[in-house]
Design a protein around this ligand. Structure first.
Ligand code: ZN
Length: 308
């Protein structure tokens, strides 16, 4: 896809409002800047929203777009046939499940069967199908009507709208999930405030995104795989993410960098079984926890858990 100068727009920092960007990286004809006031990293200038919309066509969901690391349509196929080679793996749901079990000052008001769960940017709906198996009452929000059709076929309600167009009542969701979505949003602050309104008091926002502070970015610079400035507009560190959430009104905020690469590898070679080892199996448990800690350090991903 080729772009014209008129396809681009310059924007101030979405986190603090300052217009004081310092260029940090150049990639694919774009510049990635850091706000000199608050340290937020973002693509600037960036493609205008209507141009960005064109990126999310059928090819994108098959892994032929600007992000070749995912294949949502392939995931649906795997899911239907009960294979386990998803590009978006089970661990996302495992992470949510374990986070929901973690004792909190004020636990989320989930019923016995889970609760009302909304996934924003649900793609072809494989995660929602899994959440439904875990007892959640699920719905999705998805901009692409091509992807949303897959979700409907699974019998899960989905609205083909942007966050700012959706009209959910206040205090209506127990859990809102955004996996690898916030970095694509043109105005994350506005979106987080809307999500905060939609959540029930004590409700939980779960997010996954890239970790700008990861060793891979520091070592490889602009070659960091997560720099996809066509569609990735924001690059969060644990610090800027926490700042965003506090400003949007969230109270309990947990930002971690747990990854799955090492874990997946060890499972592949049979060193670890899937799921957490039982408390009785002390040796396996120690290995599991060690791997989790190492993952925590090397991961280029970020996991966020925030309570309204
Ligand atoms: Zn700023």
């Amino acid at each position: 896809m080729t772009f014209l100068p008129t396809d681009f727009e310059s924007v101030p920092c979405d986190l603090c409002g300052a217009d004081a960007p310092n260029v940090r990286y150049r990639k694919n004809g774009f510049t990635i800047v850091e706000c000199s006031r608050c340290g937020m990293v973002y693509t600037n200038p960036r493609l205008k929203s209507e141009k960005i919309g064109e990126l999310y066509d059928a090819d994108y969901f098959k892994g032929h777009g600007f992000d070749k690391s995912i294949d949502y349509v392939g995931d649906v196929d795997s899911y239907g046939k009960e294979k386990s080679n998803y590009t978006l793996n089970d661990w996302d749901l495992d992470t949510i499940a374990s986070m929901l079990r973690t004792p909190l000052p004020q636990p989320p008001p989930l019923g016995r069967g889970g609760g009302a769960l909304l996934e924003i940017g649900c793609g072809t709906g494989v995660f929602l199908a899994k959440a439904r198996e875990h007892g959640f009452e699920c719905a999705g929000l998805e901009l692409s009507s091509y992807a949303a059709e897959f979700v409907r076929k699974m019998g899960i309600p989905v609205e083909t709208k942007a966050i700012e167009e959706a009209n959910f009542p206040e205090n209506s969701w127990d859990v809102i999930v955004m996996r690898e979505v916030i970095e694509h949003l043109p105005h994350p602050m506005e979106s987080l405030r809307t999500i905060h309104k939609w959540l029930k008091p004590g409700g939980v926002l779960f997010m996954a995104t890239g970790n700008y502070d990861c060793p891979e970015r520091k070592l490889r610079g602009s070659d960091w795989f997560y720099f996809m400035p066509e569609g990735h507009l924001y690059y969060f560190s644990n610090r800027t993410m926490a700042k965003y959430l506090r400003k949007a009104g969230f109270r309990t905020i947990r930002v971690t960098n747990q990854g799955d690469l090492l874990m997946e590898m060890l499972r592949k070679y049979g060193v670890l079984e899937s799921g957490e080892p039982s408390p009785g199996n002390i040796l396996k448990r120690m290995v599991f926890q060690l791997v989790r800690d190492v993952n925590h350090f090397i991961s280029s991903g970020m996991r966020v858990y925030a309570v309204k």
